[in-house]
Design a protein around this ligand. Structure first.
Ligand SMILES: C[S@@+](CC[C@H](N)C(=O)[O-])C[C@H]1O[C@@H](n2cnc3c(N)ncnc32)[C@H](O)[C@@H]1O
Length: 183
């Protein structure tokens, strides 16, 4: 089986990352991954959510048509929930809103990050829902930690509702940081 065909959470490393992302969720809900790639994180969140007896309804959008095609191919039961689009402008069908929206600030230039987060929060997160911002350690800079999205968000003068960090079980280093804000 290819790497893309494996459930992310099936490895200790992927499982820790998915579990921390799930910390930003507080129960059943519709979850949108902006930058969903091949759907592996969504697939893992559904699995880990079920272990907490939560029903996570997965949706994904990605700028890469090839990765969206792969996600649809891997996860045919959710094929109509994966869309090709840019998180800066994408509008979901029927004006749908989501209980949780996950994304990364690194998708846009530093100067556009607050505007990007504001657009996700206002246009895609349902009232009472959450925007979850993740930051991952790049394998190219293995000695440092991922930037803190909580610090970034507080720097804009926004309230951070919660934050979490995932520790790589193999290296003991922080390799994922997440922060979430409520709408
Ligand atoms: C590191 S992967 C994230 C995969 C998965 N969501 C996770 O957290 O493990 C980043 C993905 O974001 C997509 N992406 C980058 N900029 C984007 C944007 N502006 N809108 C939507 N997707 C974007 C890339 O094509 C890539 O597939």
């Amino acid at each position: 089986m290819s790497t893309a065909g494996r459930v992310f959470a099936a490895t200790p490393r992927g499982g820790e990352r998915a579990a921390r992302c799930l910390d930003g969720v507080d129960g059943d809900g519709i979850f949108l991954d902006v930058g969903a790639a091949n759907g592996l994180l969504l697939e893992s969140l559904v699995m880990w959510g079920a272990e907490r007896r939560w029903r996570i309804d997965p949706w994904g959008v990605d700028t890469s048509a090839a990765l969206v095609a792969l996600a649809r191919d891997r996860l045919p039961r959710w094929a109509d929930r994966f869309a090709v689009g840019d998180g800066r402008t994408w509008s979901p069908p029927g004006g749908r809103r989501f209980d949780a929206v996950r994304s990364e600030l690194g998708y846009v230039a530093d100067t556009d990050q607050e505007r990007f987060a504001r657009r996700l929060l206002d246009d895609l997160v349902a009232p009472g829902g959450r925007l979850i911002i993740c930051s991952y350690l790049s394998t190219r800079i293995a000695t440092s930690e991922p930037p803190s999205p909580a610090e970034e968000i507080r720097g804009w003068g926004w309230d951070v509702a919660g934050e979490a960090a995932a520790i790589d079980p193999w290296t003991g280093k922080v390799f994922t940081r997440i922060a979430w804000v409520s709408r």
